[in-house]
Design a protein around this ligand. Structure first.
Ligand code: MG
Ligand code: FE
Length: 170
């Protein structure tokens, strides 16, 4: 059974919208627990704003396609497992685990937008391609920031653990 190509693009955009809603939830949960890591908290808060804007840019793309079918029912469950890894953990090392999971999730987003860009390009949907290229840049910048800062976050976490240990806090 083959799917109409435009319908396929529409369906992938809906998945991207669900992905961004999941991202917003995860990042919001994560940001709340980073009071000891202000640089990371600030960058994540910035990316929450970007993520909200990405979701609305994707919604505009979906609306521009006037594909009559499907409602905007999101496939949140698809990403629930990854969401738990990022936002749901209350483990003591959650700042490190969350940083690792966020780094992985940004690359998942990058892969999704690369595929969307190819699809939109092939179908001559220039506006949708441009929107996805803009979002891709933001995801790559976030992935790069995490790449550049995971070392420092991990060291800061261990230093805090050591100092808590010395003060008999654990
Ligand atoms: Mg995103
Ligand atoms: Fe992202």
């Amino acid at each position: 059974m083959s799917t109409d190509p435009m319908q396929q693009l529409h369906s992938w955009l809906k998945d991207a919208h669900a992905m961004e809603e999941q991202a917003e939830q995860m990042l919001t949960a994560q940001a709340k627990r980073l009071e000891h890591y202000p640089k990371l908290q600030e960058r994540i808060t910035q990316h929450i704003e970007e993520t909200r804007s990405q979701a609305s840019r994707i919604t505009e793309c979906l609306e521009s396609m006037d594909t009559s079918t499907s409602t905007m029912k999101d496939l949140g469950a698809k990403f629930a497992a990854m969401g738990q890894a990022i936002g749901g953990s209350m483990a003591s090392d959650e700042v490190v685990k969350g940083g690792i999971a966020s780094y992985a999730f940004e690359h998942f987003e990058i892969a999704n937008y690369r595929a969307l860009i190819a699809a939109a390009d092939q179908l001559g949907q220039d506006r949708i391609r441009e929107v996805c290229e803009g979002i891709l840049k933001e995801e790559m910048a976030m992935a790069k920031w995490l790449e550049d800062n995971l070392d420092e976050v991990t060291r800061a976490f261990l230093a805090r653990a050591e100092s808590d240990e010395l003060q008999g806090k654990r």
